[in-house]
Design a protein around this ligand. Structure first.
Ligand code: ACM
Length: 545
């Protein structure tokens, strides 16, 4: 098959042809360690195609077999379709077998992406898979999507759907941006006001800064701790790690609105702050006090109980220091700690949580501002303000996730035309994303090993619902997934974008079957446009301001 996305490392089709037929009688043998894939095939692909996939034994000639193979790397797989031996998904771990199953679903055709059969099975309900052997493995171990559910809340079922979409593209990290100035989205039992107060705002800016339109419908919502457990378990069943983000010390107005003592009370009347209704960089950052540290330790304690992820994201971006400059409390803290100024105070704040997380067997990751004033040892960096932060961090021996805003911020408009809905930021087309290179040439091979991988980021100021998120994310995430996964892509300029586009034709049928509201190559459909709602269509302008 030539239309697999992301492109596998190698496909070998035997000259003799042949195929394996799957039908209602087909049994599925799952070796120990492959249960997630067996479950997923039975609950996802089986119902789509009318295949019960009853359990088979190791030696009874099951046409579909899932096995582990420790000669393969953990996420690598070999998918063999053999006219006499059947279909075997062989992975270096449960994850490798699962990624093989994602490839098998594509081989079965677009109908395998539906929820129930629509009657296109060959020969009365059977499905033929052409004989071939696919060898595959990912380029990066961190292949992520960050979703901002703070600016606009995404209901739980839509989050689960996004996890399905990540899995279908062999992405394995879901960076869950849970808190921001405009909303706090996770239940913290010991601080109920975080969601009672902090998860609702009375109205929202409609569009970006240039707009003066308001959506007067109150907006909000949050995930209960059981919702979070469900999301984490659903992700784990798809070999996706959920990395939670609690953004500190900036992007914290919703928390301060709920608990005014968290803010710089000697500078502003924090009791009069509500949850923020508009977008941009907010001056109301946390106070650098012991009480605030204790409060957030309480938040992180509950977080660690919910999220098994090794990495925990503490934000650290866009924390204006004006209030710390004015605050006698903050200045006294700087003096007491012998720090050189506010940047070092932020560094102290971040280091506190680095130590705290490390003591609990976790690792801190933060946006590249955490480099300013000295990066805590062991901390990892999400490089968003271009590559520079990531390069500096990798050269200093820190691990890095590359997500430069100029390349992979999917909130940015994907076309320069006048019909793009609420166009913000840079124009970054599908082809631009396809030609994105996560490892900059400035890094030596040794330094490049610190690039754990890459993620696309989706900030939702101008995406008020799932359909808008779909429009911004797809099909660019498809190109991104190939960049993050495929080991065979050449240097950006040499990448075969036309070839990718032609495979994308088949992929659009899969996305249609999944109900993804992607941007068509011809541009937004009339209902996908937002005439009159202004964005910030200034080439080169910083986003999110
Ligand atoms: C960011 O875009 N402020 C990380």
């Amino acid at each position: 098959m030539t239309d697999l996305i992301p492109a596998p490392a190698a496909v070998d089709a035997p000259r003799g042809g042949g195929a394996v037929r799957l039908d209602a009688e087909t049994t599925l043998y799952a070796a120990p360690g492959t249960e997630t894939t067996a479950n997923w095939l039975r609950t996802t692909v089986g119902p789509a195609l009318g295949l019960p996939l009853a359990p088979g034994g190791a030696d009874d000639g099951s046409a579909l077999r899932l096995v582990l193979d420790d000669t393969l790397a953990a996420e690598a797989y070999r998918l063999s379709v053999d006219g006499t031996r059947g279909i075997e998904l062989r992975g270096g771990s449960g994850a490798g077998v699962f990624w093989a199953a994602q490839t098998l679903r594509q081989l079965l055709g677009a109908e395998a992406f539906r929820s129930a059969p629509v009657g296109h099975g060959e020969d009365g309900g059977g499905w033929n898979v052409p004989a071939q052997v696919i060898e595959d493995a990912p380029r990066f171990g961190w292949r992520g999507l960050m979703l901002d559910v703070a600016r606009h809340f995404m209901p739980k079922h839509d989050v689960l759907r996004y996890l399905d979409l990540l899995a279908a593209h062999k992405l394995n990290v879901f960076h869950f941006h849970l808190t921001d100035d405009q909303g706090w989205r996770i239940e913290i039992k010991r601080y109920p006001r975080l969601t009672e107060v902090g998860s609702w705002r009375p109205r929202s800016k409609w569009g970006h800064r240039a707009s003066d339109l308001w959506n007067e419908t109150p907006h909000g919502g949050h995930y209960t701790q059981d919702d979070i457990r469900e999301i984490v378990a659903y992700a784990a069943a798809r070999h996706i790690t959920v990395v939670p983000e609690i953004d500190i010390p900036g992007h914290s107005q919703a928390a301060i609105a709920a608990y005014p003592e968290l803010g710089n009370t000697d500078v502003v009347d924090t009791a009069s702050l509500g949850v923020w209704e508009t977008w941009g960089v907010n001056p109301n950052i946390l106070a650098p006090t012991e009480n605030v540290l204790r409060f957030y330790e309480g938040v992180f304690e509950e977080l660690l109980d919910l999220f098994p992820s090794r990495f925990v994201h503490i934000g650290g971006d866009e924390a204006p220091k004006d209030q710390w400059k004015e605050s006698a409390t903050a200045q006294a803290r700087i003096a007491e700690l012998g720090l050189s100024g506010e940047d070092e105070l932020q560094s102290w704040f971040i280091r506190h949580f680095d130590t705290w997380l490390t003591e609990r067997g976790r690792r801190l990751i933060g946006w590249d501002e955490i480099l300013e004033g000295g990066l805590a040892p062991g901390a990892a960096v999400s490089s968003w303000r271009g590559y520079a932060g990531g390069i500096a961090a990798a050269k200093a021996g820190h691990d890095v996730v590359m997500c430069p805003e100029q390349q992979v911020y999917l909130d940015h408009r994907q076309h320069g035309g006048p019909d793009e809905p609420v166009p913000i930021g840079y124009v970054r087309t599908l082809e631009d994303v396809y030609r994105f290179e996560p490892v900059p040439p400035e890094l030596t091979e040794e330094e490049a090993r610190h690039v754990l991988g890459t993620q696309a980021n989706v900030w939702t100021e101008v995406m008020e619902n799932r359909s808008r998120v779909d429009y911004q994310v797809f099909p660019r995430l498809v190109a991104f997934a190939e960049v993050a996964w495929s080991t065979t892509l050449p240097a950006p300029a040499e990448r075969d974008f036309a070839g990718f586009e032609s495979r994308l034709g088949a992929h659009f049928q899969r996305l249609d079957a999944l109900g993804v509201d992607y941007r068509r190559p011809t541009g937004p459909l009339p209902r996908q446009q937002r005439p009159g709602v202004l964005g910030r269509p200034i080439e080169g302008a910083p986003p999110n301001v």
